[in-house]
Ligand binder design. Structure first.
Ligand SMILES: [Ca+2]
Ligand SMILES: [Ca+2]
Length: 536
């Protein structure tokens, strides 16, 4: 009796074990090595992209925010240069000044059923006065790839004294409340009011806000500093909630200058806030299991250093005592977990803790970078301290200097995979090197199916979002040399192998993929010997 054996038979069993807490990893093959690479998943996007995210549970679409007022959809499996316009807010967003525009997007945790999402943008005439708007929109009734542009409900609108430092991140916490990052109002040195906005609990600026936009707070309070037109509730356990007047009830954390990208660890709920510095120091802040009320130090501190608002380039010099602001190095401040000086960088870009499916060795690693320096760095928090610090991983990622003055943001998809957004119009995904992927062996996401009529195997281009130029089927015996017997562009062999092994013997098969750079996926663990002879 003839036998045909696939080396991919074990694939599905192993892949199922790879599923990871926090993400649905079905159909994703984990790669055990920690090595990194990057692949372009979207390019040529108009409008200066600065954020990417996915709705909860949506594994096939990335939503890319562009500063000029667009939200683009990138669908898995589509060509890199193809995208779809989900929402055009370019006529109501003021995106003229460098730091203004459409700055944030957050999908409602119940988006799959209610179709609601939230945006943060600036508006007003080019010369001012300017305002930040946080608004709710809904998807259109008939088309999941189009938002309803007429569905806007404004939840919060507040004045921006200068056109820079607008924060702009909005994100849902593990508690279901919306966190809104606001800048200090702009200019330089936070010269607002008596002692600056960052240290002023009575200002909505220079803060991380926490509000209830979903009606879930058990004891909701009315909006306080958001004003009479605000449409949200304030959770009663916000740290400074004292009713109308006094401290802004909306404030969760304070002492921030221009928090540019914050995130919660999807597994632990730990909070990371990257805060852009003035002229000397960039910083990333961290709080495990946050309970709010933190003072991150601005404008008394810049990173771990004293700051003097009267002499903003005199690094490390303390300013004059001001009002009730604590002095430099006061123990009440929450110091950053990492800082780096100018000109190594000039505008930190916060990122995410990796909790994805494909690179389990990276689980717990926090990625961040710098807009000007264009570097991607990482660290891992252990016991409240940063470990495994890697200040520049751009060489590993193979992105060269392309991200300098372009690294606007990181983002994660529903699988927890991490993306890098380049303001020039592209989105990259952090991936394992192509040569660490496997198509038909134990590291394959889809079992190799020797079905009658046609053989099928993993669609690597779809499951990994890496470009694939073709597949090869090798035939041989374990321990021996495998020879290529078929090559094709699609993940299938119509008809399968016409060759029947002699009685009492068998054929075994390995499938590999080749990318446009000529790299080939691995042939198993440990690798099998493949003949260099070309495919027929
Ligand atoms: Ca109050
Ligand atoms: Ca700080």
């Amino acid at each position: 009796m003839s036998k045909q054996v696939s080396l991919g038979i074990l694939a599905c069993l192993i892949a199922l074990e790879g599923s990871h807490l926090g993400a649905d990893c079905t159909g994703v093959a984990p790669v055990p090595e920690a090595a990194l690479s990057a692949v372009t998943v979207a390019s040529g996007l108009p409008g200066r992209p600065l954020y990417v995210t996915s709705p909860p549970g949506d594994r096939d679409r990335l939503f890319i925010v562009a500063q000029d007022g667009f939200i683009h959809i990138k669908k898995r499996g589509e060509p890199v240069g193809l995208s779809h316009l989900f929402l055009d807010l370019s006529t109501i967003v003021q995106a003229g000044p460098n730091e203004m525009g459409l700055l944030g997007l957050a999908f409602d945790p119940g988006y799959a059923t209610n179709g609601l999402f939230y945006v943060n943008y600036t508006e007003g005439p080019l010369v001012g006065p300017w305002f930040t708007v946080v608004a709710r929109y809904s998807v259109s009734a008939g088309d999941p790839d189009a938002a309803d542009p007429g569905s806007e409900t404004r939840l919060l609108r507040f004045s921006q004294p200068q056109n820079n430092h607008n924060g702009g991140q909005i994100l849902f916490g593990p508690d279901g409340y919306l966190y809104i990052a606001t800048g200090d109002g702009g200019g330089g040195g936070d010269l607002h009011g008596t002692c600056g906005n960052g240290q002023n609990q009575g200002s909505i600026l220079g803060k991380m806000l926490r509000v209830d936009v979903r009606g879930t707070a058990p004891m909701p309070l009315a909006p306080d500093c958001g004003g009479a037109s605000a449409l949200y509730a304030v959770p009663a356990d916000n740290p400074f909630a004292d009713g109308p007047g006094g401290a802004c009830d909306e404030v969760w954390d304070y002492g921030l200058r221009n928090p540019w990208r914050s995130s919660f660890d999807a597994l632990t709920g730990d909070l990371y806030i990257a805060d852009v510095g003035q002229n000397c120091w960039e910083e990333v802040n961290y709080v495990a299991a946050p309970t709010g009320g933190r003072n991150y130090g601005w404008r008394v501190m810049e990173g771990n250093n004293c700051f003097n608002p009267a002499m903003q380039s005199n690094c490390g010099q303390a300013g004059a005592p001001c009002g009730t602001s604590p002095p430099c190095d006061d123990p009440s401040f929450t110091d950053p977990i990492v800082e780096f000086p100018h000109p190594v960088g000039c505008s930190v870009t916060g990122g995410y803790v990796y909790r994805g499916c494909q690179l389990p060795a990276l689980s717990g690693t926090y990625f961040y970078g710098d807009y000007c320096g264009g570097f991607v760095a990482s660290l891992r928090m252990v016991g409240g301290l940063p470990t495994e610090q890697q200040p520049d991983r751009t060489g590993e990622l193979g992105v060269g200097t392309s991200l300098r003055f372009g690294l606007t943001s990181f983002g994660v998809d529903d699988d927890g995979e991490i993306y890098i957004v380049d303001r020039d119009g592209s989105v990259l995904r952090i991936v394992p090197p192509f040569t660490n992927l496997e198509v038909s062996g134990e590291g394959s996401a889809t079992p190799f199916d020797l079905a009658p009529g046609a053989w099928f195997w993993e669609d690597l281009a779809y499951t990994t979002m890496q470009p694939v130029s073709g597949y090869r089927v090798y035939r041989g015996l374990p321990g021996g040399t495998f020879t290529c017997v078929f090559a094709g562009a699609a993940p299938q062999w119509p008809g399968g192998d016409p060759s029947v092994p002699p009685p009492g013997t068998m054929h075994a098969y390995i499938v590999t993929a080749v990318n446009p750079s000529g790299q080939m996926t691995r042939s198993g663990r440990p690798p099998h010997t493949l003949s260099a002879a070309p495919c027929p």
